[in-house]
Design a protein around this ligand. Structure first.
Ligand SMILES: *[C@@H]1O[C@H](CO)[C@@H](O)[C@H](O)[C@H]1NC(C)=O
Ligand SMILES: *[C@@H]1O[C@H](CO)[C@@H](O)[C@H](O)[C@H]1NC(C)=O
Length: 338
């Protein structure tokens, strides 16, 4: 009885203490040792959706992934289209500093250029500078681990894939976390011992010649494709997950053309990101990380992504990071006390 009470106090204190003092740029380093020994795929990790759209501007051109309707409307209405295309307001480094550790990347080639570009219907910037920000960040933050999810490739030839893969291998080299059949052996502590800090997921089937990149099924990221809160929450609660793999829960609303038509002068931040913040984030805090248990009906999260992750003083990443403290349950603490 007395012991039980004592344990609860310890948990509450560490939870509150962490919540108040959390150093977002070093949050993985500062997690309790017990959590740093839990498999990475059972931790809660905040990420950004369409991470690199922050520098889409009026001078950005249409990219190969633009829908045909977008191509017809763009010359007349590009101001509106940009407002609904931009999903992030701060750059890769700022995102890292507020705790984001997963990046959702969509790439395109551009006619007449050998460079690769980030895209979301409209070209965002060239890929080198943001990836270099990530490389510099992990160098200065040796305990932090970052997931780069190369989701989509537009206008890519097999040769473009070869060039891109070589570029990634050269940039991160030994810092990459090689793919392995059993993801249970990967923890923050094991990665730190090996000085491995970058997980690359490469969602294209032809390329598994290199053992450095993770395959799509090692971290599925199903698209909710919902334009209202009820539909989204229902999706997030019920989507099925393989317990042996990582997972990405996308806490984002997707506007349809009709949705945009009735909100023409607004933007994605106001009409999608803010409702998610106000109505979905409080529900997410009821979810837990940890190993998914069949039929216990609980949603177990790993990566969770959102739009405009800097809103309200990074409330999103603070909320997700804090979920990890649910892993310090009474049972496992009693174990460590013998
Ligand atoms: C995006 O940012 C990069 C680096 O800051 C810059 O070189 C590029 O021109 C920007 N692109 C656009 C479309 O603003
Ligand atoms: C929300 O979306 C779902 C499916 O996408 C739909 O069935 C439902 O009617 C929508 N609800 C509202 C209130 O629009």
């Amino acid at each position: 009885m007395f012991l039980g009470l004592y344990l609860v106090l310890v948990i509450n204190m560490s939870e509150n203490g962490f919540a108040q003092n959390v150093d977002l740029q070093h949050w993985m380093r500062d997690l309790p040792e017990q959590i740093r020994n839990i498999p990475f795929i059972y931790l809660a990790i905040p990420g950004s959706h369409d991470s690199m759209t922050y520098n889409i501007t009026r001078s950005s051109g249409l990219a190969p992934d633009a829908e045909p309707i977008l191509k017809r409307l763009y010359p007349l209405f590009h101001g509106t289209i940009l407002r609904w295309t931009i999903t992030q307001a701060v750059d890769a480094l700022q995102q890292l500093l507020i705790g984001i550790r997963y990046f959702d990347l969509r790439l395109a080639t551009k006619t007449g250029s050998d460079d690769f570009y980030f895209t979301h219907g409209v070209y965002a910037g060239e890929i080198y500078q943001p990836l270099k920000q990530i490389k510099d960040f992990i160098y200065e933050h040796p305990y932090e681990v970052v997931i780069l999810d190369f989701q989509h490739f537009y206008g890519f030839t097999p040769d473009d894939h070869q060039r891109l893969m070589r570029f990634i291998l050269n940039l991160f080299g030994p810092q990459l976390v090689p793919r392995q059949p059993d993801l249970n052996g990967i923890t923050l502590n094991s990665l730190h011992r090996l000085r491995q800090q970058v997980i690359v997921i490469y969602r294209h089937q032809s390329v598994y010649a290199t053992s450095e990149f993770w395959q799509p099924q090692m971290m599925p990221s199903p698209w909710p494709q919902q334009d209202n809160i009820t539909g989204l929450l229902n999706f997030l609660k019920n989507v099925k997950r393989n317990p042996a793999m990582g997972f990405v829960h996308q806490a984002v609303l997707t506007p349809t053309p009709g949705f945009i038509l009735f909100r023409w002068v607004s933007n994605l931040r106001e009409k999608c990101a803010k409702p998610v913040k106000n109505e979905i984030y409080p529900k997410l805090s009821e979810f837990s990380p940890g190993r998914p248990i069949e039929r216990d009906g609980k949603t177990r999260v790993n990566v969770i992504i959102a739009d405009f992750v800097e809103m309200d003083n990074a409330i999103f990443s603070k909320m997700v990071i804090k979920l990890n403290f649910k892993l310090l349950n009474t049972e496992s603490i009693s174990h460590s006390y013998g």
